[in-house]
Design a protein around this ligand. Structure first.
Ligand code: AMO
Length: 628
């Protein structure tokens, strides 16, 4: 305790638990924390004290503490001497918690607070598994199945009693790793000359594809701020302002359907740079993530997995994997069989080809071939997911063997055989459009992998996807930007003449996917006012509407903008993925549930009529419509 006060003079603590080591044995010290575990050994009480840095065993000899009542989840300060912990005094209930080799033999104790609620009414802290799902094989398949937590406790319970749940080691560990990763990213970007800048939360709408959350103004009645879906326009304006390299851990707010791994508010690692090419940004982010993974290697088993970065075009990703976020741990690739079956006598396939659809095949090598039961399960899955006739075949002794094989000509069979390994199999995905066939076949890949027990899943496959189309047809059948309308692109001469030709136009957007999920997205931006106005025009904004909708961006472009580009990585996604967790809710301190509600605070809350009056608002929905 050099340079410290005597333990008896100190109010709460002389050390934090993780500071202690063999050198402190024999020292008098004081610790403060929470009683995470308690047990009695023939009159001697042992507790575990947890202080956020670790846990230590504390021994209460009865002669020093006659009539002293100890209870789990109490907050206390204990004074005593550090001694070597006798063999065999382990917490057998939770072998995941490795106690230090020393223990504190208590001489004084003060309880600051004890729970006034029965612990049975709160989420279990004792029974959780510290390893969670970390060490098990995690796959896209798991993610699509739902968002369970590695726990015997229901997620609703964990969210409702959040401050108590946060005492769990799995949640604490996730938040601590999140903080370490944030710290690492910050120091990396600072060392690369980036400047951290906060942008407004009370903002104007940004077109990022979701609905805005609005904050009505009391002063300007009838007007509202929009919470930013991302700082997209602000970061461009920072480049126009000459900041050159910006980053931020930005809070983003999107009122959208909450699919897996989406929250209404979430965090991005957002950055923007002037005078960069796509390659510059890809190189910088690859280096940032490589540095990160190297520096936190060993922090958890999942963070020690091997990793690889690769790159492919959007067209290649769709053709070979059926998705723009391919999981490259799964080796199977799609092949197009549409031409092979163009004239086929097999009505089912020909019908799809004649409709302008596509027949895709997924060949499986002999080493991964599926047994009958697995095939049946796969076919049931495919039927449940909209593939009307999931078909498959085998190659055996150089022949194509399948229940549908009799419909195929010798040439067709020969072609299939040439694509298959001896002893291998092939699955077919036939759909009325190429995009549907790809979507279905893309979803079949991980399903096949689960059933063929592809084992090499414990690695991180990052893949950069480049060459995205600039536009797409949205659900309403309108032309819409594939990324956002500020993305640079190869614009034809008179884009407004035939806007649909723009579906063929390539953009300067790129995505980073990790093990089958989009981790981040970015692009080079349009930095020329006339070009920006042209793009907005083909999207249905005449100049007057453009100036009304994006006055700040267009004014900024009028001052002159340097060439610039950037990216945003989903930070919650990144952490949950790297920890091998199913849901981003497991890495957010106070998340919303799957329906966008905060079960702890009860938000969103009904607005009081007094508040409505101040804001000059009225409510038009009934209580039933409001989902209350
Ligand atoms: P984008 O909209 O693709 O790009 O978002 C970037 C990344 O943010 C994450 N993300 C989410 N995470 C949790 N919950 C959500 N609801 C959610 N929505 C998105 C994803 C995604 O890849 N301004 C652009 C970036 C740019 O062009 O620089 C943008 O926001 O991981």
């Amino acid at each position: 305790m050099s340079n410290r006060q005597e333990a008896t003079d100190v109010r709460y603590r002389t050390h934090r638990i993780s500071d202690l080591n063999a050198k402190h044995v024999g020292t008098a010290l004081k610790l403060s924390g929470r009683v995470s575990h308690i047990r009695d050994h023939g009159g001697i009480s042992f507790i575990h004290l947890a202080d956020g840095t670790g846990e230590i065993q504390i021994r209460f000899n009865p002669e020093n503490f006659p009539n002293f009542e100890l209870g789990r989840e109490e907050w206390m300060t204990v004074g005593g001497t550090l001694e070597i912990r006798p063999e065999g005094t382990m917490n057998v209930l939770n072998p995941d918690i490795v106690l230090p080799a020393h223990e504190l033999v208590a001489t004084s104790a003060e309880v600051h607070a004890r729970p006034t609620i029965s612990l049975d009414k709160l989420p279990s802290l004792e029974r959780y598994t510290a390893r969670g799902k970390d060490d098990r094989t995690e796959s896209r398949h798991d993610e699509q199945q739902g968002e369970g937590v590695a726990s015997t406790v229901s997620e609703e319970f964990l969210l409702r009693y959040r401050p108590f749940s946060l005492r769990r080691n799995d949640l604490q560990r996730a938040l601590r790793i999140r903080s370490r990763v944030a710290h690492h990213i910050r120091s990396f970007l600072q060392s690369e000359g980036f400047c951290e800048i906060e942008t407004p939360i009370l903002a104007a709408p940004t077109p990022e594809g979701a609905r805005d959350f609005l904050v009505p103004s009391r002063v300007y009645r009838g007007s509202a701020y929009a919470l930013p879906q991302s700082p997209q326009i602000y970061k461009q304006l920072l480049m126009i302002g000459g900041l050159d390299r910006y980053y931020q851990f930005s809070r983003c707010f999107r009122d959208e359907d909450l699919r897996a791994n989406r929250q209404p508010e979430f965090t991005q690692v957002d950055l923007e740079m002037s005078f960069v090419t796509e390659d510059d940004i890809i190189e910088l982010v690859t280096r940032m993530l490589t540095n990160l993974l190297e520096s936190i290697k060993g922090a958890t088993p999942t963070l020690s997995r091997p990793y690889r970065f690769s790159r492919m075009t959007h067209a290649e990703a769709l053709a070979s994997y059926g998705t723009d976020a391919p999981d490259l741990r799964i080796p199977y690739r799609l092949i197009s069989l549409t031409e092979v079956f163009r004239q086929t006598a097999f009505d089912t396939f020909r019908k799809y080809v004649e409709m302008g659809g596509a027949i895709l095949g997924i060949p499986i090598p002999a080493s991964d071939r599926l047994g009958r039961n697995e095939i049946d399960r796969l076919r049931t899955w495919a039927k449940d997911h909209g593939l009307p006739q999931p078909a498959w075949g085998d190659r055996k002794d150089g022949e194509f063997i399948s229940s549908i094989g009799k419909h195929f000509s010798g040439q067709e069979q020969g072609h299939l055989v040439s694509l298959m390994e001896e002893g291998g199999q092939i699955f077919f995905a036939a759909e009325a459009t190429l995009s549907d066939a790809r979507r279905v076949a893309g979803q079949l890949r991980p399903q096949i992998a689960v059933r063929s027990q592809v084992t090499d899943l414990e690695r991180w496959e990052f893949v950069w996807i480049t060459g995205f189309p600039a536009f797409e047809r949205n659900a309403e059948g309108n032309l819409a930007p594939a990324h956002h309308p500020f993305t640079d692109l190869d614009l034809p001469e008179n884009p407004s003449e035939d806007p649909w030709q723009l579906l063929e136009t390539s953009s300067r957007a790129y995505d980073l996917a990790l093990n089958g999920e989009e981790l981040g997205s970015g692009s080079l931006r349009i930095h020329d006012l006339a070009k920006q106005l042209q793009v907005l025009k083909v999207l249905g904004y005449d100049e007057e509407r453009s100036r009304r909708s994006f006055p700040h961006l267009l004014a900024g472009l009028e001052y002159g903008a340097p060439p610039h580009g950037g990216i945003a990585l989903g930070f919650d996604r990144m952490i949950s993925k790297l920890l091998g967790l199913d849901s981003i809710r497991q890495v957010i301190a106070f998340p919303k549930d799957g329906k966008g509600r905060c079960l702890m605070t009860g938000s969103p809350v009904r607005i009081e009529s007094e508040d409505l009056r101040h804001l000059g608002l009225g409510i038009m929905v009934s209580e039933k419509d409001s989902g209350a």
